[in-house]
Design a binder for this molecule. Structure first.
Ligand code: AMP
Ligand code: ZN
Length: 508
């Protein structure tokens, strides 16, 4: 697990009581892990039958920041994010082909080749976005035995029944005993029955709302395992009940995923786990909201998906130009994870400028030094402390990264004023200066997970070219000066001619 350096003073004046919005109770609650400082967090991972799109990335990035922030605060987080490599059927219910098997057939590949290819792709994208790897990344196919064991337990408790080689969860029976089916999604059982179509093939279920725990494999099915009920494969929901309880115990702290998973996936997870262990499995359910394109949810099957590679190359009909992974990350974090977020060229362009502002500020802050202490400007000192406090208050309030970023812009304004000598860095106290330096870095890098994408070789080359620029300027060789400026601009860089020297930065 990664640990982060804590800024000095961080606990002096910051209230570190976290409030989280719990979808289960539909309200904000004080975050009190069952066994602090340990925190168990499970997030539903991708179904690896195609490339992840920007919507998927938003959800994983939201939980990455939650993981980072809890870790920063000193919690010892075990973060489990699974890979769904079997059981997710094309219609998201119990009929149709397995998404992975379908893709394998189309491309004439082994299902595990499809799984490997898109798992690799997923990992590469998570790396580009600077999302930290989870502590454990279990796969559904790696836990077939455990899934069979849980299904057997459910049958023994008469919460599940076997029909013709398939096993179904008995929703009505469960609800009779536990009375909470629909609790998470706010759905009422009677309405659900009234609205469920009796699809062909569902006739073997006692009730249309029952869901598959295990499906009998037809002869043409390529993904199959032996079981007490014959050859088959697990249903989609059971894997998450099994893997979360195996690695985090029957009751754990945080379960995350996108809002679209609340029903049926998470509702079914609660039912399976509660029926098995006689306990509510999760203390805090956190759901991130959808990334939309022109107001419509981005989805693989909706034909409006933008892939990370398309954004990074600019090669997509909806995009005017490429944007880097960190601009995407910044964009995602500017909006609170529970609000919808619409992607557009305008929004991306504004984010590119905003991200560059914070990045440039982080670079100049490294260079900033105090040379002597002059009489302290109390107002300036207080201002810095207030912005930092507010940034953390935002994070403590259900991980509101948007508020943290807006306070970082306030800090950026001051830091730039110090750098341009419009404000005097020597009039803030030594401890406030250290606090500012450390905290800005911690917020930017450790908590928000932003980074400078230019490598050191690039930065040192740019600095060398700047020396030639300075020389040309002093010799009044304006053609050369203009050529160098144009060269920087074409790479999204600007040369800053300041009172106290020349520097370069990213275009804001
Ligand atoms: P999937 O691979 O379809 O199982 O989805 C992986 C994760 O991405 C799940 O947590 C989904 O809720 C989430 N997700 C899917 N579409 C979107 C979207 N448009 N915006 C945000 N999250 C999404
Ligand atoms: Zn899941």
């Amino acid at each position: 697990m990664r640990t982060f350096a804590k800024p000095m003073n961080s606990y002096m004046n910051i209230k570190h009581e976290i409030q989280v919005f719990n979808t289960l109770t539909d309200k904000k609650e004080k975050f009190e892990p069952q066994n602090a400082p340990f925190v168990g967090m499970y997030v539903c991972g991708p179904t690896v039958y195609s490339h992840v799109h920007l919507g998927n990335c938003r959800t994983f990035t939201s939980f990455d920041v939650i993981y980072r922030y809890l870790t920063y605060l000193g919690y010892k987080v075990r973060y489990v994010r699974n890979i769904t490599d079997v059981g997710h059927l094309v219609d998201d219910a119990d009929e149709g082909e397995d998404k992975i098997a379908k893709k394998a057939k189309l491309e004439n590949l082994e299902p595990m080749e499809v799984v490997q290819q898109y798992t690799n792709d997923f990992h590469a994208v998570m790396y580009q976005l600077n999302n930290i790897s989870p502590s454990i990344e279990p796969t559904a196919t790696g836990h077939i035995m455990e899934q069979i064991t849980m299904i057997e337990a459910l049958i023994a408790k008469k919460m599940a029944y076997v029909v013709n080689g398939s096993v179904y969860f008995d929703v009505l029976k469960y609800n009779e005993i536990k009375g909470n089916y629909g609790q998470l999604s706010g759905r009422v059982l009677e309405d659900l029955y009234a609205n469920t179509r009796d699809l062909e093939g569902q006739t073997e279920k006692k009730n249309s709302l029952d869901f598959a725990l295990w499906k009998k494999a037809m002869p043409e099915h390529i993904m199959r395992w032996t079981s007490p009920w014959g050859d088959g494969f697990p249903g989609w929901h059971i894997e998450c009940s099994v893997m979360s309880s195996k690695y985090l115990g029957p009751q754990f702290d945080i379960h995350g995923g996108g809002m679209d998973l609340k029903f049926p996936h998470h509702e079914c997870e609660i039912a399976q786990s509660t029926a098995t262990f006689d306990k509510q499995p999760v203390k805090y359910w956190l759901h991130s909201n959808m990334l939309t394109v022109n107001g419509a949810r981005m989805g693989k099957s909706k034909g409006n998906a933008i892939l990370p590679a398309q954004l990074f190359s600019g090669n997509h009909p909806l995009l005017d130009r490429p944007y880097s992974p960190m601009v995407l990350r910044f964009m995602m974090l500017q909006t609170h994870y529970r609000s919808t977020m619409d992607i557009s060229n305008e929004a991306l362009l504004a984010c590119a400028k905003g991200y560059n502002k914070l990045l440039n500020t982080s670079i100049i802050l490294e260079k900033l030094t105090q040379n002597e202490i002059e009489p302290i400007n109390d107002k300036l000192n207080a201002e810095i402390n207030i912005y930092i406090t507010k940034a953390f208050e935002g994070l403590n309030d259900d991980f509101n990264t948007g508020i943290a970023i807006s306070q970082m812009f306030n800090l950026a304004k001051l830091i730039n004023a110090f750098f341009n000598q419009q404000a005097n860095i020597n009039t803030i106290s030594e401890s406030t200066f250290k606090y500012l330096k450390n905290t800005y870095k911690v917020l930017f890098s450790d908590i928000l997970g932003l980074k400078n994408e230019a490598d050191l070789a690039f930065a040192s080359l740019a600095s060398d070219v700047l020396k030639i620029y300075a020389q040309a300027k002093s010799e009044k060789q304006y053609d050369k000066v203009d050529a160098i400026r144009a060269m920087f601009k074409s790479r999204g860089l600007v040369i800053k001619d300041m009172k106290n020297g020349i520097d370069w930065g990213f275009e804001e």
